[in-house]
Design a protein around this ligand. Structure first.
Ligand code: GLV
Length: 321
């Protein structure tokens, strides 16, 4: 008998789809992950697991799961999974690319404009009852129109982000491990070195996954190279940024402001210095969080599990890295 572990509460119709071919054990909490001990214990007789990026798939997990055939990660990023280890045991891992691309790019634009036009500060200003009258420079921010925008990470999300910038008459530069001629032609994006991106951008948007190449890429030296009025946005992964260096850069005026959807430690510790800075906007990793997209991500995980447990190829396997 197949057995699927689902580490978060998901809607009943998806559970019923899984129950058509397997016994299903669900952790019925939406906002707290299945405790690690419980996860390890449940994996003993599991043949599949449906996980989120809160679950770290490492040696201990693999040792606890002798019958595991497939791990379906409800995320496009998979830095929570030790892929070489999983593959070495013949286990298939899958992720959720494409279905979340447009929604995540939209969050990137939302965050960028919110920081540029100081929307969070403005809303709090009104809430505090400080709005006395119209003022010539009241909460004056920065235009995206005509700006130079540097995108670090030109995968699907980077491209979808660049496409949205067309309406703002921006100059788009990008830096990526691989150069994409299609992005350059269709999106009018200029391929530049990392340093050129840092030195010339009014807005820098990171959409990159976490890899050994991208870890701590935005460090003290990088922030120093940016324009003093630059705005930094991160919708990729938290550990691409050295957060202490970011705090210092904001405090010392090396850059103007930041908007972060992802952090090194999630949830953020409430004593984190970024939380007391009015020029840092932090949201809780909601890049792909629209109802339609989250449903599509769950459906893709369910489909991948069904396919693998029926000895078929999954739709979106994570390839060797
Ligand atoms: C979210 O960050 C994802 O990787 O899907």
């Amino acid at each position: 008998m197949e057995k699927v572990i689902v580490t978060r509460k998901i809607p009943q119709p998806f559970i019923e789809q899984l129950e058509a071919f397997a016994e299903v054990e669900v952790w019925n909490e939406s906002y707290t992950p299945m405790p690690r001990d419980k996860f390890l214990d449940s994996l003993k007789d599991a043949t599949a697991c449906f996980i989120t990026l809160s679950e770290k798939i490492d040696e201990a997990v693999i040792e606890s799961a002798p019958h595991l055939k497939v791990i379906a990660n409800m995320a496009v990023g998979f830095d929570n999974i030790d892929v070489p280890l999983v593959h070495s045991k013949g286990i298939i891992a899958t992720n959720t690319p494409e279905v979340l691309t447009e929604t995540t790019a939209e969050l990137g634009i939302t965050l960028l404009l919110s920081v540029a036009r100081r929307i969070v500060e403005a809303e709090q200003y009104v809430q505090r009852g400080e709005w006395q009258s119209w003022g010539p420079y009241l909460l004056a921010g920065k235009d995206l129109y005509n700006a130079k925008v540097g995108i670090f990470g030109m995968g699907d999300i980077g491209k979808a982000f660049a496409r949205r910038l067309k309406g703002f008459n921006t100059n788009v530069m990008y830096h990526n491990r691989t150069r994409y001629k299609d992005a350059e032609e269709k999106l009018g994006a200029l391929y530049v070195s990392f340093d050129t991106l840092l030195e010339n951008s009014d807005f820098i948007v990171c959409t990159a996954p976490l890899t050994e190449d991208t870890r701590d890429k935005f460090n003290e030296a990088a922030f120093k190279k940016m324009k003093n009025d630059a705005i930094f946005i991160n919708i990729g992964r938290g550990a691409v940024v050295d957060e202490q260096a970011l705090v210092k850069a904001l405090q010392e005026g090396e850059i103007a402001a930041c908007g972060l959807d992802v952090l090194r430690q999630e949830p953020i510790d409430m004593s984190h210095p970024l939380l007391s800075m009015s020029n840092a906007v932090i949201v809780p990793h909601i890049g792909s969080a629209s109802m339609i997209t989250r449903n599509r991500m769950i459906q893709l995980c369910v489909d991948n599990i069904r396919l693998v447990l029926n000895d078929k190829q999954p739709k979106t396997p994570i390839k060797a890295i």
